[in-house]
Design a binder for this molecule. Structure first.
Ligand code: PLP
Length: 404
């Protein structure tokens, strides 16, 4: 009789978004006349920029002619895209990253989940708390996290680094030494970030203890402050300790189009084994490349016209972020984030539990957000609103909250 991977059975159900869905559906059924506005999901709403659509059309036409048809893509990505990324995201910022250190994929969720498999199961991971759940859950599946404590909602073999208002959402170095450190800045869910100088301290720490940093920069495009690094490779020494994950989802609206990439510098080694060669092996064995037409669409993001259009989209969402942040402040809330990220993280009034605040907003303002406790125990007492809605809905939602 076959046996299943028992590690999967250890995973507690991911109730966050299904619970939200159920509560909203029940409310709608009981109150069919009410219009509900969701500022809960992390999905974008703006259509793909014209330059991207143009590129998609022309790539589709190429696929229809024998002379320009493309079959399997190179599994590490087409040169035209890897070169555009190396120049546009790295060389232009003074980062020493070459095209052959970039691995094109269909998004940062897969990469952030898959990357752990090139490391030993004995390695100890450290994560920020609250956290994007994929980092922890994929390590659970791999058998790296020990046992789950439902009371504390933590795993015995995971090092949690609380990020709360008390430490300005900047994690402290953990007491216990980790082997793999997951960092995500600008951060989902808190919408906050750290300065380049603070990131440099993490790079120095990782190099000192021989740890690897998995740096998720999915929200890089939203950075507005000068003292924030757009890439971890802006920090000295990052080539020997950091892997960077990037996505086209939030900067270019590719959540449904799917494209991302991972950077593994050739200097990043465990003894004399280069992680670059392990990730290349993994990619080559398990992945057959992102579609040609999508990689052409990705390339369009780096053209002058593409860059200008994407900048406008990001500015559109960040205007929503400002409306949310200022509106909540006017209403007396303590709010964080929303300056270098499209997320606003608010403290619930009088330390109200996150789920109670969810019910309160749903019932009294017909606005849906995400309870902070769903992202980890240190998210309790916080609540996430996203700037990815329409302008009109964002304005209306904030007016409703202000009127409470
Ligand atoms: N990383 C973080 C921190 C995210 O918040 C998300 C999506 O919400 C992703 C990765 C996933 O990105 P992608 O759409 O490229 O899979």
């Amino acid at each position: 009789m076959f046996k299943v991977n028992e590690n999967y059975l250890k995973l507690p159900g991911s109730y966050l978004f299904s619970n939200i869905g159920k509560k909203v559906a029940a409310y709608k059924e009981a109150n069919p006349d009410k219009s509900i506005i969701s500022l809960g999901i992390g999905d974008v709403t703006q259509p793909l920029a014209p330059e991207i659509i143009k590129s998609l059309h022309s790539a589709v036409d190429e696929m229809g002619k024998a002379e320009t048809f493309h079959g399997y893509a190179p599994d590490l990505g087409y040169e035209f895209l890897r070169n555009a990324i190396a120049d546009g995201d790295y060389k232009s910022r003074g980062c020493d990253i070459s095209a052959d250190e970039i691995f094109v994929s269909d998004g940062a969720k897969c990469d952030s989940g898959n990357i752990q498999e090139i490391f030993s199961v004995d390695n100890k991971i450290a994560v920020c708390d609250p956290v994007y759940p994929v980092y922890v859950d994929t390590n659970v599946m791999a058998g790296r996290t020990g046992t789950y404590n439902p009371t504390t909602e933590t795993w015995s073999d995971v090092i949690y680094m609380p990020c709360t208002a008390e430490n300005d959402f900047v994690p402290d170095f953990p007491k216990e030494e980790p082997d793999i450190i997951y960092l995500c800045f600008p951060n989902n869910p808190t919408g906050t970030t750290i300065t380049k100088a603070q990131l440099q301290e993490w790079v120095d720490y990782a190099n000192k203890i021989g740890a690897v940093i998995i740096y998720d920069a999915a929200y890089e495009a939203y950075i507005s402050e000068d003292d924030v690094a757009h890439s971890i490779y802006e920090c000295e020494g990052a080539r020997t300790c950091a892997i960077e994950l990037r996505s086209f989802s939030k900067n270019a609206g590719f959540t449904g189009t799917r494209l991302g990439f991972t950077v593994v510098p050739k200097d990043l080694k465990a003894g004399d084994v280069a992680l670059h060669s392990l990730w290349a092996r993994r990619h080559g064995t398990k992945y057959n490349g992102a579609p040609y037409i999508i990689q052409r669409a990705g390339e369009a993001c780096y053209s002058e016209a593409g860059k200008a259009q994407l900048k406008e989209q990001v500015a559109f969402y960040m205007n929503n972020a400002k409306i949310i942040k200022e509106g909540l402040k006017d209403a007396g809330y303590t709010v964080f984030g929303g300056v270098n990220a499209p997320y606003i993280w608010l403290q619930t009034p009088d330390k109200m539990p996150s789920w109670d605040f969810f019910d309160f907003l749903l019932n009294k303002a017909n606005v849906v957000g995400t309870p902070g406790s769903g992202f980890g125990p240190s998210g309790e007492g916080y609540f996430r609103l996203t700037a990815f809605g329409s302008y009109e809905n964002t304005l209306e939602a904030i007016e409703r909250i202000k009127a409470l």
